[in-house]
Write a protein that binds this ligand. Structure first.
Ligand code: GTP
Length: 356
């Protein structure tokens, strides 16, 4: 099986974290997000992955790490953004000759992609959309379908749930199985959306939906990025981290002072240091080589590799970029700092809170 994964977005809602790192290499529980995605594809017997990329391709290539054994990964670079359908078509052209998986590359999930492929084959579908249940449909594309899974209509970001039946609502989860001819007519060299321009034209012509289960979260905002990290460590989503409710995962090569307090879910990565009196967690990840100073408090937060938090500083609901430094006696709530940023001692910053 071949999978095309869309990783070409600039991740504007996650700036400044994404100013020099593409979203797929940002860490989830200390592991590049793309590596978790490749694990999931390997579990669905995918042996070849085409990463459809345009933004910071070299960082992407360097940041994904070694693919799982037996998997080949190719990075295909667009000269300009082509939109979801254009990008999949461009990446798939000349590389696929049978049904293939296509995925948005910013969704953390654990629904069985192998089951999605089987549903596609068993129904003789031309395209099959993975659905996930949500309690609030207003931010998603609701896919209305019959009992046999045949898609009847799409309702993109409905203002209310009126007329959409009872909860939960089943929405496009950003993972598809496509027959090769489905995108054959996508025009070259212009933005085309699979959700808005391709799928509506396939209604009644071989377009099916498959209800998946398990965990699902788009990691595209600060709030959802932090929640995805907490969920990976807390075991809400199945990943290689082996997270569990209240888990305290400390790498053997980390140094945690005996007088520091860790409250799970928390992960402390290799080479990280936690000083005496510091309180880390719940819902915290301290990246490789990051340091938390004496009596500092870090909760619902992610410190990327090499980040430093000063003594008595409080970091809450925030992401501290790679090698960024927060001085002593500072306070950060709801903030994202970019790579190498510096916050002076005693500074108090409160960020805008955006819904996940
Ligand atoms: P924002 O700028 O914060 O909206 O993030 P984004 O740029 O990632 O956009 P969005 O979340 O809508 O994209 C969903 C997925 O599609 C992400 O995995 C993107 O990387 C990917 N994507 C969006 N547009 C393109 C494109 O034109 N080309 C490619 N290759 N991927 C894209």
């Amino acid at each position: 099986m071949i999978a095309v994964v869309l990783v070409g977005g600039e991740g504007t809602r996650l700036r400044p974290l994404t100013l020099d790192e593409p979203k797929p290499v940002l860490p989830i529980g200390g592991v590049p997000f793309a590596a978790l995605m490749l694990d999931r594809l390997a579990a669905a017997d995918v042996s070849r992955v085409i990463l459809s990329c345009g933004y910071l391709p070299e960082r992407l290539r360097a940041g994904i790490g070694d693919p799982p054994a037996g998997m080949e990964v190719e990075v295909v670079v667009e000269d300009e953004p082509l939109g979801t359908a254009g990008a999949i078509a461009y990446a798939a052209r000349g590389r696929v000759d049978g049904p293939y998986l296509a995925l948005n590359g910013d969704v953390l999930g654990d629904a069985d992609l192998g089951a999605l492929v089987r549903a596609h084959t068993e129904r003789g579908a031309r395209a099959t959309i993975l659905l996930t249940p949500v309690d609030d449909p207003t931010r998603y594309g609701v896919v209305v379908h019959g009992p046999d899974g045949a898609v009847e209509r799409f309702v993109e970001k409905p203002p209310t749930a009126d007329g959409l039946g009872p909860a939960p609502w089943w929405v496009n989860a950003g993972a598809y199985v496509l027959d090769p001819d489905v995108l054959a007519d996508v025009p070259e060299g212009r933005m085309t959306s699979i959700e808005r321009e391709v799928f509506p034209g396939l209604v009644g012509d071989g377009l099916f939906a498959h209800r998946g289960g398990g965990y699902w979260r788009d990691i595209g905002t600060l709030e959802s990025f932090l929640a995805a990290n907490a969920d990976a460590v807390g075991g809400a989503v199945a990943t290689r981290l082996g997270g569990a409710d209240g888990a305290v995962l400390v790498d053997p090569a980390a140094r945690v002072d005996p007088a520091a307090r860790l409250t799970g879910p928390v992960r402390v990565c290799a080479g990280a240091e936690i000083a005496a009196g510091a309180a880390v967690g719940p819902d915290a990840v301290v990246g490789a080589g990051a340091r938390v100073g004496e009596a500092a408090e870090v909760a619902r937060a992610v410190l990327l590799d090499g980040a430093r938090v000063g003594a008595r500083t409080c970091v809450e609901a925030s992401a501290i970029g790679r090698d960024a430094v927060v001085g002593d006696d500072a306070s950060l709530v709801g903030c994202a700092l970019g790579t190498g940023a510096a916050v002076a001692a005693g500074e108090r910053l409160e960020g805008e809170r955006r819904p996940g």
